[in-house]
Write a protein that binds this ligand. Structure first.
Ligand SMILES: [Zn+2]
Length: 213
């Protein structure tokens, strides 16, 4: 067994993937409970069932829960998200399907997604979502925000952060950059398409999409 496999070694050899994830765990913030290699999404689905049994996924219908369990293939790296969990200061796991290793071609791009994107989602769950200008959404006010707005808004935050940190990571891969830009724009569009019904929702959109810094 290779003790400290590189990303490319783990990409080639599935046996090394959990060892690799354990080796990058020290790079993750405290909010991350564990990095779980879960090739077919079985552990992710157990986690979903557990949350559902504790009434922590009540924002979803039974059908939506069932369909989220069928999705290990499009979500290469998954963090299970729920308004009932936001700001609870409980650590959360991150699940990696086999496609996470098959899709990424370099350690830098992989780490960019893990450390600059997915950890943003986990931080949001653990500490609440900080939209700037003293606007924080946590369990006390999450019910005033359409669930889809929270979800799309957090994607916008995560893609923005990931793009901002590309040069810090020495990533010059134009194709990757373009893909991130496209993801960001798509999620901004999705966010705009959900009509705001509360003042809080309007402020979230304003801070995220129209703020000039
Ligand atoms: Zn995301």
């Amino acid at each position: 067994m290779v003790k400290n496999p590189t990303f490319l070694e783990a990409k080639k050899n599935p046996q090394l993937r959990q060892v690799y994830l354990d080796s990058i765990m020290p790079l993750c913030p405290e909010s991350v409970k564990e990095l779980v290699y879960d090739p077919y999404g079985i552990k992710k689905n157990q986690h979903i069932d557990e949350l559902a049994s504790q009434n922590l996924l009540n924002h979803l219908t039974k059908e939506e829960i069932a369909s989220s369990k069928k999705r290990p293939f499009e979500a290469y790296i998954a963090v299970i998200y729920s308004p009932a969990l936001i700001g609870e200061r409980k650590q959360h796991p991150m699940f990696f399907s086999r496609f996470a290793f098959e899709k990424y071609n370099s350690a830098a791009n992989f780490l960019s997604s893990v450390l600059d994107h997915e950890t943003i989602h986990i931080d949001s769950l653990v500490y609440g979502i900080d939209f700037g200008k003293n606007l924080i959404v946590n369990r006390t006010n999450a019910n005033q925000v359409d669930w889809k707005i929270l979800l799309f808004a957090d994607e916008v935050r995560a893609y923005n952060n990931q793009i901002e940190k590309l040069s810090e990571r020495g990533i010059k891969d134009l194709y990757f950059r373009e893909w991130l830009d496209w993801q960001l724009t798509s999620h901004e569009d999705l966010l705009l398409m959900v009509n705001s019904k509360t003042e809080l929702e309007e402020r979230i959109k304003e801070n995220l999409l129209y703020s000039s810094f």
